[in-house]
Ligand binder design. Structure first.
Ligand code: ADP
Ligand code: MG
Length: 242
């Protein structure tokens, strides 16, 4: 499903070199709802960007759905970004001048899918995600939770096998956050997709099946989540990240 082997990535800021990822190993074998926890600056967003094919590692291998990203030309990589992975962010990144439906349809338009195919797929998704009656509105007429579900629908339009979520509830209240985590867990279970959610909140990670802990640019460990034991999760996280 998802394999990262000895992945390195550094950035340049003026004369300074910042090592964001220092040899990340991570493997997800079967569809699941996985969390990536780590303190701010630990490299979580960088990791998602490499998996999404938005950037390339300096060293190491990134394999998604049996596709080794290093071997892809720019045009193949851009098709990979559209079709094989979906990504959502804390800020929903919807286009404010388009309706919900138009936003969701966008990847289909860019991928030159037939109009009918797109319309049917949008219908299916808004129904699945419980936003059918909101979909004709523009983003600014929607609640944060509704906007995030629109963003999820857009991310899933082309049926990716991996959905990446970068602190997806960072701008939501606790009730909407809870609903969103349940939705992501349901998607992973029912649609056989791997959801990889970056978070620093134990309240979010408790919904995951498995958690990887990232600290200072490398994966320090992983553990299975017991949904009924939030304090164990917090303790494991602290042990591994500290
Ligand atoms: P996280 O998402 O866990 O907060 P990031 O992956 O965003 O961590 O960042 C990891 C490190 O890399 C941080 O020190 C950050 O400042 C740095 N960094 C991230 N993106 C860039 C960039 N485009 N240019 C320079 N430094 C960056
Ligand atoms: Mg981040």
């Amino acid at each position: 499903m998802l394999q990262l082997e000895r992945v390195y990535k550094s950035y340049r800021r003026g004369p300074q070199r910042i090592d964001a990822l220092k040899g990340v190993d991570l493997s997800v074998e079967a569809p699941c709802f996985c969390g990536v926890m780590g303190p701010s600056g630990s490299g979580k967003t960088t990791l998602l960007q490499l998996i999404a094919g938005l950037d390339r590692p300096d060293e190491g291998r990134v394999v998604v759905d049996n596709i080794d990203l290093a071997g892809l030309s720019e045009s193949k990589l851009s098709a990979f970004r559209r079709r094989s992975v979906g990504i959502i962010f804390q800020q929903y990144n919807l286009i404010s001048t388009l309706s919900g439906r138009q936003n969701i349809a966008l990847p289909g338009v860019l991928d030159r899918r037939p109009r009918q195919w797109i319309d049917r797929r949008v219908d299916e998704l808004v129904e699945q995600l419980g936003i059918a009656d909101r979909a004709s509105h523009r983003p600014d007429a929607l609640s944060g939770g509704e906007q995030q579900r629109m963003a999820i629908a857009r991310a899933l339009l082309l049926r990716p096998s991996v959905l990446l979520a970068d602190e997806p509830t960072g701008a939501l209240d606790s009730t909407s956050s809870d609903l969103l985590w349940q939705l992501l867990a349901d998607l992973a279970r029912q649609q056989q997709i791997t959801v990889l959610m970056v978070t620093h909140e134990p309240a979010a990670a408790i919904h995951c099946h498995r958690v990887f802990v990232l600290a200072d640019g490398s994966v320090r460990g992983q553990f299975e989540v017991d949904r009924n034991d939030a304090s164990n999760l917090a303790t494991r996280y602290q042990q591994l990240s500290g």
